[in-house]
Design a binder for this molecule. Structure first.
Ligand SMILES: [Zn+2]
Length: 195
């Protein structure tokens, strides 16, 4: 059930229109899938905030919208860096676009158990316990530090993306039984050349 209220960077609800790209043609990165070791290693801190990084963030938004996700972390496009983008409106509200460079959780509160998916693990979902509210500290693409509080889906997206930057996938939050089942199915898909 890939609807926005329960997904993280999983497919957003069917968009009625394609979100408008901000300016010039953006690079659409292919999404790295489960099995690639880059997804399971921590990314390097962002140290250089320049035009190149701003461009990367824009390309990440474009790639995320193209994949109909609500969050995308750099390791998912093959870059082991601590940067992610989030937009839980799926491109409908430009003000909802959030760039998270070097993000960290400073406060978490409450618990919500909801179904979650991941663009890197297409077709599979699972219930994950996440905080209901989280406050995170991060830098934007210009290097300016900010704090932002998220609730429910936004809190979930922040946690899911920060996990990615630490090499953690939502599968690791599932029971071993459920995790092994998904891994077995993926293995089978890979053998059939469908992954
Ligand atoms: Zn993900």
């Amino acid at each position: 059930m890939p609807d926005k209220s329960t997904s993280s960077d999983a497919p957003a609800p069917a968009a009625t229109e394609t979100p408008q790209a901000t300016s010039a043609a953006r690079k659409i990165y292919p999404i790295v899938k489960f099995g690639d070791p880059i997804l399971e290693k921590p990314g390097a801190a962002i140290k250089k905030f320049d035009a190149e990084l701003e461009q990367l963030a824009e390309d990440m938004f474009a790639s995320m919208y193209a994949a109909q996700g609500v969050g995308l972390a750099a390791p998912q496009i093959g870059l082991s860096l601590r940067i992610a983008v989030v937009d839980v409106t799926g491109g409908k509200n430009p003000e909802a676009r959030i760039v998270l460079a070097n993000p960290e959780i400073v406060h978490a509160e409450g618990e919500v158990r909801e179904e979650e998916g991941c663009l890197s693990i297409p077709g599979f979902r699972g219930y994950v316990l996440r905080p209901q509210f989280v406050t995170i500290k991060a830098q934007n693409a210009k290097g300016e530090t900010f704090e932002i509080r998220g609730e429910n889906l936004l809190a979930r997206a922040f946690c899911h993306e920060i996990d990615h930057l630490n090499g953690i996938l939502f599968l690791q939050h599932l029971s071993m039984l459920k995790r092994d089942l998904i891994k077995r199915k993926i293995k089978k898909l890979r053998k059939q050349g469908e992954w």
